[in-house]
Design a protein around this ligand. Structure first.
Ligand SMILES: [Fe+2]
Length: 211
């Protein structure tokens, strides 16, 4: 007959210690380690005043970019009509590009020692982009809304690019010029061309020059 394996009997003190160490420490609360608007400066050879000014500018652009990002997803889901497939794909492509911009802006704020806006409620309180209705809108209205949001972001990004160059915060300036401004300008082109009212199949012969 095979011998029964000898079971190690844990002593009560061992049991308690084992359970203690594997138990998740849930429901923990504490004071925040950095208040919003306060700076925890890193050694990047930029003074606190310069960092604070750039953080303020970037947080506004961040809130507006997050709103534009979400506007693209709303329109990706809700678009309808003859150009459905094309716009459905284009809106998602632009959404993903805005996701990358949002991450780059937010991480720039953190490395400047600031705190990036993150949650939807804070974004809603901060953004300058008008709130769209919950309902569905026609494609031309969706496109117009996107163009207006892009223009607002481009205006504030160009102003911020000028100010950060003057303050010698070239890292922020480069992010704004090379990524935020260029991406938004390119997206404007792709959206705006959908609003040019040209015939799709039959040329408008009424407007042809007479010979
Ligand atoms: Fe999708």
């Amino acid at each position: 007959m095979p011998k029964e394996p000898v079971q190690h009997q844990a002593r009560p003190s061992e049991k308690e210690a084992g359970a203690e160490r594997s138990e998740p420490l849930v429901h923990q609360h504490a004071r925040e380690i950095q208040a919003f608007g306060r700076i925890a400066k890193l050694s990047i050879a930029l003074d606190e005043k310069t960092c604070l000014a750039s953080i303020d500018l970037l947080n506004q652009i961040l809130a507006d970019s997050m709103t534009l990002r979400d506007l693209y997803k709303k329109h990706h889901w809700q678009v309808s009509g003859g150009t459905f497939y094309q716009l459905h794909l284009l809106f998602d492509k632009h959404y993903n590009e805005q996701v990358n911009l949002v991450d780059a802006i937010a991480e720039r704020i953190q490395l400047l020692g600031g705190i990036s806006i993150a949650m939807a409620a804070d974004v809603a309180e901060t953004t300058m982009i008008p709130r769209p209705p919950r309902g569905r809108e026609e494609a031309p209205v969706q496109l117009s809304r996107l163009l207006e949001a892009h223009e607002l972001i481009l205006e504030e990004s160009r102003a911020a690019a000028r100010l950060t160059a003057e303050a010698a915060d070239y890292g922020t300036n480069d992010l704004l010029v090379s990524q935020v401004i260029r991406t938004n300008e390119l997206q404007v082109w792709f959206i705006a061309e959908h609003l040019v009212d040209v015939p799709l199949v039959r040329a408008d012969s009424a407007k042809a020059p007479t010979t």
